[in-house]
Design a protein. Structure first.
Length: 225
């Protein structure tokens, strides 16, 4: 092959390379510096925002309904108890307190405390037992002649416990006649406990102690359980 023909082949190859380069540029385009790196198609762009997260919220407590005879000033304290213990409903609580009042009095008067397991604290149970022993262990002829006003008197949250005090106005028939008593009993329970039972933790009365018979429950439990 002559030297002249060699140069011709080199020129033809150079022209072919230039032609192929021009075709690639026309098909692929030029880099502008704005190209996204591989993988950007799977990332949200700046204009796309993630949907707002739905924050978990506690159920909103409905308005607390106060039973008749309840002091309106007690509402904030009762609401605090209801917030700590969602199962608390003042009307249902009072209905249970009325039943517990009669049951506990009857057990104390008969001298049989076996039915009070889980309804009174250990200290109240101990005080009642001591009072029954002090009277010789016998039963009393007392009976609940009538139960008048039963009203919420106080409420508080103590740590994980909730406490509610109830005032009872009752007529008690004794061997010496009928008396009227105004008792204050405090019940407690662990907030949020699945067991709905409340426990009697303290007893007191608003009457002068020397006007009350010695077999009255308020005196028997030393007014402070």
């Amino acid at each position: 092959m002559s030297e002249g023909s060699g140069w011709v082949e080199i020129v033809l190859l150079a022209l072919l390379a230039a032609f192929i380069g021009l075709r690639l540029v026309s098909v692929l385009g030029k880099r502008t510096g704005q190209e996204r790196p591989i993988g950007d198609a799977f990332r949200p762009s700046a204009e796309v925002t993630a949907p707002p997260r739905r924050e978990a919220t506690n159920p909103v407590r409905g308005q607390l309904l106060l039973p008749p005879g309840t002091d309106r000033g007690l509402l904030p304290a009762l609401e605090a108890v209801a917030d700590a213990d969602p199962g608390f409903a003042p009307d249902r609580f009072l209905a249970g307190a009325r039943s517990a009042y009669g049951l506990i009095l009857e057990s104390f008067w008969t001298g049989d405390l076996s039915s009070l397991t889980g309804l009174v604290s250990d200290e109240v149970h101990h005080n009642l037992s001591n009072a029954i022993e002090a009277r010789g262990g016998g039963s009393l002829p007392n009976r609940l002649a009538g139960l008048g006003a039963v009203a919420l008197r106080d409420a508080t949250v103590v740590g994980q416990m909730v406490e509610v005090t109830v005032g009872f106005v009752a007529r008690i028939a004794t061997s010496d006649g009928e008396i009227e008593t105004r008792d204050l009993w405090t019940f407690s329970r662990l907030a949020g406990n699945t067991d709905p039972a409340w426990v009697l933790i303290a007893t007191d009365n608003e009457d002068d102690s020397d006007q009350m018979p010695p077999d009255h429950l308020g005196d028997a439990s030393d007014n402070n359980a």
